[in-house]
Design a protein around this ligand. Structure first.
Ligand SMILES: Cc1ncc(C[n+]2csc(CCOP(=O)(O)OP(=O)(O)O)c2C)c(N)n1
Length: 297
């Protein structure tokens, strides 16, 4: 295969019609959190904690970093987002609805018989790039998609979101090796590092630490980021590729259940539906957070 590193991904940010301020993004994040809870509550099912931990990342990807919209979704040059931790589909659905990929009212059918809005991403939903949910598939598919961009002389980037509990899947490590071999600097994997998975702390179920040293030894460029700091996320994604010729890994330090105090860092909220009282408490906590967002930060 030729010198693939010769084609670096695009740094043309002209598609950013409006560079959102941190306050505007913060307002969006709270709205998304409320919607995640709303639709999980009405569906009586869903992955609550992991959707709340990754929502700030999705917010910055879709409203700042990525060149993708309902208008360009058929274009071969659009940036791709593949959500490997497919169980947190509620986060993806509320962001896609907010971008106008489909009417938000569609989410009233979440997890209902016959609906496309099921508990994991499916391409039957406009805006979803890949079916996922069986953990360990997103990174290999994303590496292949990024390799296709190089072979086709296209400058799109591929973003994929993994859970830290998903990381032990062997297919991730094959993909990590392959992405470095093919110098896929147009690939950005993000780990939602909330330190918990379905049955306990990630480090106790299957320890993958140190994640950074492992990926660096495979030939990746790695950054750590506070996965709830919207400005830090913006700056990190603006810095892509971190090193020409190397795939990019963002280790986003997050809190499972972030934004709803009784859910934060509590394993049982991996999946779980709040009672009516818990739902109302969560909404008022988020409403309160909305009015206390500082003007400038
Ligand atoms: C191949 C496979 N094995 C097991 C599962 C069941 N499962 C769903 S979520 C989950 C835990 C994932 O933990 P993590 O990736 O840390 O997700 P997060 O905490 O970010 O929600 C597991 C084991 C699955 N979806 N796919």
């Amino acid at each position: 295969m030729g010198n693939l590193s010769a084609l670096t991904p695009s740094k043309d940010f002209s598609y950013k019609l409006k560079n959102m301020t941190e306050k505007e993004l913060a307002i969006k994040s709270i709205g998304y959190r409320k919607n995640i809870l709303k639709y999980i509550f009405h569906a009586n099912a869903g992955h609550t904690g992991g959707s709340l931990s990754c929502i700030d990342i999705l917010n910055v990807l879709y409203n700042h970093a990525m060149n993708v919209s309902p208008e360009n979704f058929k274009s071969p040059d659009r940036d791709r987002y593949i959500q490997s931790k497919g169980h947190s589909v509620e986060a993806l659905f509320v962001v896609l609805a907010g971008k106008g990929f489909f009417p938000e009212s569609d989410l009233n059918t979440l997890c209902k018989y016959g609906s496309h809005y099921i508990g994991h991403p499916t391409r039957k939903v406009h805006g979803v790039e890949q079916n996922t949910g069986a953990l360990g598939h997103g990174l290999p598919i994303s590496a292949g998609t990024a390799l296709a961009a190089k072979l086709d002389n296209r400058k799109y980037r591929v973003f994929t979101l993994l859970g830290d509990g998903e990381l032990p899947e062997g297919s991730n490590w094959e993909a990590a090796l392959t992405a470095a071999h093919y110098k896929l600097d147009n690939l950005c994997a993000i780990i939602d590092h909330n330190k918990l998975q379905i049955t306990g702390p990630t480090s106790e179920v299957c320890n993958t630490n140190p994640i950074d040293a492992k990926f660096e030894s495979f030939g990746w460029a790695v950054r750590h980021v506070d996965g709830h700091d919207l400005n830090e996320l913006k700056e990190t994604f603006d810095g892509l590729p971190f090193t020409e010729g190397k795939p990019n890994l963002v280790i986003a330090h997050t809190i499972k259940g972030k934004g709803v105090s009784y859910m934060e860092n509590v394993i049982k909220w991996h999946h779980g539906v709040p009672s009516e009282k818990q739902y109302e408490d969560a909404l008022s906590e988020l409403d309160n957070a909305m009015v206390t967002i500082p003007d400038d930060f």
